[in-house]
Ligand binder design. Structure first.
Ligand code: NDP
Length: 332
């Protein structure tokens, strides 16, 4: 089943420097949170990974708990890597995370050294890797001293189990402390992974500025607001969409008439730009260099292709930006 990747895969992808580090990340990265779980890799998930790699997506983002069931996305990704792309591991940046609930008892989640390093060992075993490229602490732990959690990330690098480390879901003040601690340990924080989209702009209140000042990269998760900022829900709720499924993370009732009319207006602006709504939403995040990479999810290879197509037009006129702001700011 070995896959021969497209020879021109690096021609049209854009690679952005991650903060002030030496690492370049593709402007579009692929996340395996949902749609990659189960007993074995589905045909669609295998195709998405191959297609992504063919389009120059070198960065694949995982976490211990991705599935469902938890752990299965890592297991399946490891299998596709071995069976389809084994020769290409050096061309890939693979990340994983620890911090959310993974097993029972007092060590199965949060930020203790015990949880973080045990979880990383499990992730490596599931993927069949000897190291990941980026290892994240997935969410801040209010009970564990930050020094201990950051010390565990530092140890992961010193033991050769991760090349770089990052943090996710940390607010600006917590991030500032974590970045300072990691720097003092000699393992700089490579990257922060926050949620960020046109519909979720909390990072604009200090976090983006902090990351720029500190030379830390930013990879935006759920950049399409879990599928809302696409053409999926403009007319209804397709039976094969996330909102129609069992996922508690996007529910049909979240898609109100008000939201839908706003999405339609954004879609009209996107069409004028010659883009899909997904493409305009990603371009908007990438437009000024504050975001290193957008971390998209997908349920089929065509969506990955559409997302990568974003890179054909990242520029916005002041008029377009103003019209988008007006739609987003409306309170009705
Ligand atoms: P998105 O906001 O990118 O939503 C993805 C969904 O949007 C897809 O499943 C699909 O919906 C739809 N979609 C994607 N591309 C298109 C397209 N071109 N046209 C139409 N519809 C499209 O991100 P996710 O919420 O999936 O998160 C992405 C990644 O971010 C995760 O896989 C994970 O790696 C990371 N993440 C990190 C978290 C953290 O705490 N650090 C938390 C959550 C995510 P459908 O399935 O309905 O077809």
């Amino acid at each position: 089943m070995s896959h021969v990747p497209a020879p021109d895969r690096y021609a049209s992808m854009r690679y952005n420097r991650c903060g002030t580090s030496g690492l370049l990340l593709p402007a579009v990265s692929l996340g395996l949170w949902l749609n990659f779980g189960g007993d074995a890799p589905s045909k669609a998930s295998r195709l998405m990974i191959r297609r992504a790699f063919d389009l120059g997506i070198t960065h694949f983002d995982l976490a211990n708990n991705y599935g469902p069931p938890p752990g299965s996305a890592e297991r399946n990704f490891g299998r596709v890597l071995r069976e389809d792309l084994a020769a290409h591991r050096p061309e890939m940046v693979i990340s994983t995370k620890a911090g959310y609930l993974m097993w029972g008892g007092p060590y199965g989640e949060w930020g203790s050294r015990k949880h973080v390093l045990t979880s990383l060992d499990q992730s490596l075993r599931r993927m069949g890797l000897d190291h990941v490229d980026i290892f994240y602490h997935h969410r801040p732990d209010p009970q564990t001293p930050l020094h201990e959690t950051m010390g565990a990330l530092d140890a992961a690098v010193r033991r050769g189990k991760a090349l770089y480390v990052g943090i996710s879901n940390y607010k600006p003040a917590e991030a500032k402390q974590a970045i300072a601690l990691l720097r003092s340990m000699g393992t700089p924080c490579l990257i922060h992974q926050p949620s960020y989209s046109m519909l979720n702009r909390w990072v604009e209140d200090g976090l983006l500025e902090l990351l720029r000042e500190e030379g830390v990269g930013c990879i935006a998760f759920s950049p399409l607001a879990k599928g809302l900022l696409t053409d999926r829900y403009l007319e209804g709720i397709p039976a094969d969409s996330r909102a129609a499924g069992p996922s508690p993370f996007l529910k049909a009732e979240d898609i109100t008439d008000t939201l839908r009319s706003r999405l339609r207006e954004l879609n009209a602006i996107a069409r004028e730009r010659g883009q899909s709504l997904a493409q305009m939403s990603l371009a908007w995040l990438l437009r000024d260099g504050r975001v290193t990479s957008v971390l998209v999810g997908a349920s089929r290879a065509g969506q990955v292709e559409d997302c990568v197509g974003t890179l054909a037009n990242l520029a916005f006129s002041p008029d377009e930006l103003g019209r988008i702001e007006a739609v987003l700011a409306r309170k009705d």
